[in-house]
Design a binder for this molecule. Sequence first.
Ligand SMILES: [Mn+2]
Length: 325
Amino acid sequence: MNPLDLVNILKKHTAYIQTHNFPDPDAIASAFGLQQFLAYYGVPATLCYDGRIDRLNAKKMLDTFQIAMYPKSELTHMKEDDLIVLVDSQKMNSNVTDLIGNEVACIDHHPTFFPYEYQYEDIRPVGSCACLIASYYQETGTPISQNCASALAYGIKMDTADFTRGATALDAEMLSFLFPRANWDLVTDMYANTMAFDDLRAYGAAIQNIQIFDGVGFAYIPFNCAQALIAIISDFILSLDVVTIAVIYAMQTDGIRFSVRSEQHCLHAGNLIAEALQPYGSGGGHPSMSGGMIPSCNVHLLGEDIHSSIRSAFLDAITRAEQKN
Ligand SMILES: [Mn+2]
C-alpha cells in the first residue's frame, strides 16, 4: 500500500497513533515518526499508549527527541468515531488495550495471531517497526527532521539489538537512509546513563538465584519491577556463555511476568512461552524473544513450589519441541 493512502483515510478525522502497552523505544520512535510524516501532509495525530513509560531509555527518548505521548488515563476525550493507527502492535493482541476509537490502520513487524481487516495494513517481518516508518519518508520523498531521523535510527538500533536480533536488509537500508539526516549526537547521547540505580536490585536478585539446566537459565526477581527491565535482564542472562535459553520471571502486583530469550535457531521463544504458560496464563512473541504473564488469580495453579512448576513447564515444553524437530 502507498503510505499516502493512510493520509487520505485519516484526513478530516480526529486521529490517534497507539503503540503497544508499556511502549519500548521502537514503538515510541515509530509512533513519533508516523506523527511527523502525517503532520507534513496536514494530518495532526495524538500519540497514545496504555500502561506506563517506565524505562529510563524510553523516558529519555521523550526529552531527547521532543516527543509528546499521552497515557490512556489522559485520553478522556477520545470518541468512537475517532480513528486509531496501531504501530508496533496489532488489534486483539494481549499487549495492546482496545481503546474506544476505531482501529483503521496497522503498521507492525510482529507475526499476526488475530487477523483483522484494517483499511490500511502494513505488516512486514522486519527487525524493527521504525524501519517501516523510515521507508515511508524514502518512498514518498517526504522531508524528515533531524529529531525524527535520529529517533527512528535509535528505534531500529534498539529493536535489532544493533543488528544482532532479527535484522533484515530493510533495517540496514533504512539506517543508512537515516544516518546522514540524523543528528548522531542525539543518538549517541541515548546510550549514556541508561541504567537506573534501582535496576541494580533486580540484577542482583537474578544473579543470586539463577539456575541453569542444560543451557536453560532460570532467574527470578522476587519484587515488582518495570516490565522492560525484566526483558533487559533476560538479555543479560542470555549473554552468559553457558545459557542458550533464558527464562526470567518477576513477581508483580498483578501476577507473574515472564520474559524469554532463545539463541537456539530451532527453538522459537514465542511458541515456547505460549506452550509452557498455556495451563496458567498466556504469552507469545518472536523466534528469539517473547513475553508472557500468569495472572494473580491463576498463580495457585502452580502449587506450593512455584519455581519447580515453572521450571518443569518450560523444560517439558522444550523437550516436546525438540522431539518435534
Ligand atoms: Mn518493535
